[in-house]
Design a protein around this ligand. Structure first.
Ligand code: PLP
Length: 371
C-alpha cells in the first residue's frame, strides 16, 4: 500500500522492535500463564514484567494495572464497575467523549437510572472547569468522566486541575487517556485520577490489547466472568504476546519522547502555517495548540468537496473525517456536530506519528488546496 498515512489517531503502524519482541514470545513462550508447570510460569513472568514496566513508567503500582483487550473493554469495565460497586449514581461528562464512553454511559442511564450531567464547553471544545466545579457539588455519588486528549480535535484537558476539583468535592475521576498515553509522561503518583485507560495500537503497539489503571484501594466488579485472571478483574486466557508488545511499545515511546514530540510538533506547525497562508478560508476545529499529534482542519463546504475524505484517499492520503463509516455511509462526527460547525465545514483530521516527514505534509497540502 503506497498511501501517505496521516491517520495515527485511529491507529499506528507497529514499531518493528515491537513485532520482533512479540514474535519471540509467540515462538518461545506459549504456555498458559495459569498453568502450574514451568512453561506456564514463563508466560506468567512475561505478563508480570510487562505490568512492572508500565507501572514504573506511569509512576503507578503494578497492582493498579490490569490488562484488557483494549481501551473499549477497559472503559466498559471502569464505568460499569463504578456504578455497580462504588455506588456512583451521577456521571458528569461531555458530548465530546469517544463512543466507548458515550454509549456505555447511555446504557448505565437506561439500565441503572444513573443521572447524567453534561459539562459546558466553549466554541473550541474546551471544558468549562468552573461549571465542572459546580456539577461536582451536586450531593450525589459523583463520577467525572472527561478525556485527557480529544481524539478528533486534539484538545487537552488539564488533568491536574480537573482532578483537584474532583478531590475537593469528593468525586471519582476517570479520564480516557488513550490518545495521550505514550505522548506525555503521565504521572499517576501525583495526579488524583482514580481510573484511566490505554490502548497499545495508538502508540505503535499491537491492536486488541490495552490496560486499565484502577487506583489502589478502589475495588470494582469485573465486566466478564469465567476466570481468575488479572486478579479476578479480567477473565480469559491472557494475550501474552500482545501484552509483551504493549509493554515494549510503551517503553520505546518513552525512550525518545522529547525528540519525537518535537519532530511531530514541527510537522503540525508546518501544516498549520501552510494552511493559513495557502487556504485562508479554512478553519481549525478545536484547539490547534492542543495535542501535538492531531490537527482538525475545516474546509468550507462546496459542491466539489462533498466526498473530500474519499477524494483524498484516491489521491493517496489516509486521513479521517473524524466520523465513523458504517455500512458505507459516512456519518457526521458527533464532536464536530457538538461544536456546531458541521453545517458549514468539512472536517479533515490529520494525525501524525514519528514515521511521518515534511515531504509528506507538503504533498498533502498541495493536494488539499485543490478542494
Ligand atoms: N478512547 C479514545 C479516545 C480512542 O481514541 C479510542 C480509539 O479509537 C478508544 C477509546 C477505543 O480504544 P480501543 O481501540 O483500544 O478499543
Amino acid at each position: 500500500m503506497n498511501q501517505i498515512y496521516l491517520d495515527n489517531a485511529a491507529t499506528t503502524a507497529m514499531d518493528p522492535q515491537v513485532i520482533e519482541a512479540m514474535m519471540n514470545v509467540m515462538i518461545n513462550t506459549y504456555g498458559n500463564p495459569s498453568s502450574v508447570h514451568q512453561m506456564g510460569a514463563a508466560s506468567r513472568d512475561i505478563i508480570e514484567d510487562a505490568r512492572q514496566s508500565i507501572a514504573r513508567l506511569l509512576k503507578a503500582e503494578p497492582s493498579e494495572i490490569f490488562f484488557t483487550s483494549g481501551a473499549t473493554e477497559a472503559i466498559n469495565t471502569i464505568l460499569e464497575g463504578a456504578v455497580k460497586s462504588l455506588g456512583v449514581n451521577h456521571i458528569i461528562t461531555s458530548p465530546l467523549e469517544h463512543p466507548a464512553v458515550i454509549e456505555t454511559i447511555d446504557k448505565l442511564k437506561t439500565q441503572y437510572g444513573v443521572q447524567i450531567s453534561m459539562v459546558n464547553f466553549d466554541e473550541l471544545g474546551q471544558i468549562d472547569l468552573q461549571h465542572l466545579k459546580e456539577l461536582t457539588k451536586i450531593p450525589q455519588k459523583n463520577l467525572v468522566c472527561l478525556m485527557h486528549a480529544n481524539n478528533e480535535l486534539g484538545n487537552l484537558l488539564s488533568i491536574k486541575k480537573a482532578s483537584e476539583i474532583c478531590k475537593q468535592n469528593g468525586a471519582f475521576f476517570f479520564s480516557d487517556t488513550v490518545q495521550s498515553m505514550g505522548k506525555f509522561k503521565l504521572n499517576f503518583a501525583v495526579n488524583n485520577l482514580d481510573f484511566a485507560a490505554g490502548s497499545a495500537h495508538k502508540f505503535h503497539g499491537p491492536k486488541g490489547v490495552g490496560f486499565m489503571f484502577i487506583r489502589g484501594g478502589l475495588s470494582i466488579l469485573p465486566h466478564m466472568n469465567g476466570g481468575p485472571q488479572e486478579r479476578n478483574m479480567r477473565a480469559g486466557t491472557e494475550n501474552i504476546s500482545g501484552i509483551a508488545g504493549l509493554a515494549k511499545a510503551f517503553e520505546i515511546a518513552y525512550e525518545n519522547l522529547d525528540d519525537i514530540s518535537e519532530k511531530i510538533l514541527s510537522l503540525k506547525q508546518h501544516l498549520i502555517q501552510r494552511i493559513k497562508t495557502e487556504i485562508p478560508e479554512a478553519i481549525f476545529h478545536g484547539d490547534s495548540e492542543g495535542l501535538y499529534s492531531i490537527i482538525n482542519i475545516g474546509l468550507p463546504k462546496a459542491t466539489h468537496n462533498k466526498m473530500l475524505i474519499f477524494n483524498m484517499d484516491v489521491e493517496g492520503f489516509a486521513v479521517s473525517g473524524g466520523s465513523a463509516c458504517s455500512s458505507g455511509v459516512m456519518n457526521i462526527s458527533h464532536v464536530i456536530k457538538a461544536l456546531g460547525k458541521s453545517d458549514d465545514y468539512i472536517p479533515v483530521r490529520v494525525s501524525f506519528s514519528k514515521y511521518n516527514n515534511l515531504e509528506e505534509i507538503d504533498k498533502f497540502v498541495d493536494v488539499l488546496k485543490k478542494y
